[in-house]
Write a protein that binds this ligand. Sequence first.
Ligand code: NAD
Length: 348
Amino acid sequence: QRVGFALVGLGKLTLEELLPALSQCKHAKLAALVSGDPTKMRKVAQQYGIKPSSCYSYETYDELCDNPEVEVIYIVLPNSMHAEFTIRGAQAGKHILCEKPMANSVQECEDMIAACKKARKKLMIAYRIQYEPLNRMAQQLIRDKTYGRVKMIDAMNCQNQAHDRQWRHQAKLAGGGSLPDVGLYCLNTTRFLLGEEPSEVYATIYNTPGDARFKEVEENVSFMLKFPSGVIANCATGYGSFNAKRYAVYAETGTIKMDPAFTYRGLQQERVHAPDGQQIIEQPSNPHKDQFALEMDHMAQCVRENKTPYTPGEEGLQDQRIMEAIYQSARENRPVPLPVVKKLDAFR
Ligand code: NAD
């Protein structure tokens, strides 16, 4: 029996990626829709065979509590709405899969974790990269010390945001600019690869003067993370330049590069090392699995097998803490130490 998902928000990600991915899932299936646009919802419901009684508005959302076909609610709304819809969803007795960034503040993240805990429901943050095979392969190589100890990482996630007036340019709805939207991939993936939490951040932010997109939210962020083992990660994110979505991990006897690393498709890995003094370049084939299907199937299996998701709410909370320290560092133009936290691998 596959686990029924309700998708909340019928924007670009839902329409272009999640709905098609659900048809590839082995353990998850579409069971309900939630939208503020009844006309759009009717069309989507017809296309995907969802009955009118399983279509909800933001106002009737809480009535999901009476729909036993839905076990998981997947929240795909603007960032400022994640906390409210997670808390209401848990109160309706459903497990929650929430898009990244988890929320707009540490307080909201803590409230979401508390609400799910109180309702005894699972909470997973949709960090798709952590379910993607080539990134997992990179993690394994690092954790196995295949090329010795990691010393440096550089990671970059940039894209040129459209000039339309959309929620991503509004601080209240988005929480920030490039950092929580795409820079988060550099931060979260670095933590995922190393299995270690940074002890200090140092950041700077710079916006192109006069660009209307960056009146409320930041354009470019450069941030450095220091890890207790000695690793330095240099990360950069931007909202005004052409796509760059890559990282490289420099270890004692080899380098692992992913370029692109953060896209939905076409990821590539290259490994450079010199076992007998002769440089070797290896490019493993890409297994081409849909990341969104893998991520939703993971949540479905956690529900069926009563397991904690690999990327639980605590993972989103930790990223939010670090992002707040990044903003503080840029504001105060100084390194900001981070509190020591338990290795999040403990949750896995
Ligand atoms: P989008 O703008 O395409 O869709 C947002 C949806 O929310 C729309 O259906 C819109 O009608 C609805 N909405 C409700 N209230 C709104 C309001 N006040 N203002 C604007 N829209 C409102 O956005 P998206 O790209 O689908 O992103 C949705 C969420 O998914 C975000 O949290 C984003 O960070 C996340 N996301 C994740 C990935 C990923 O790779 N994991 C990719 C894209 C987006």
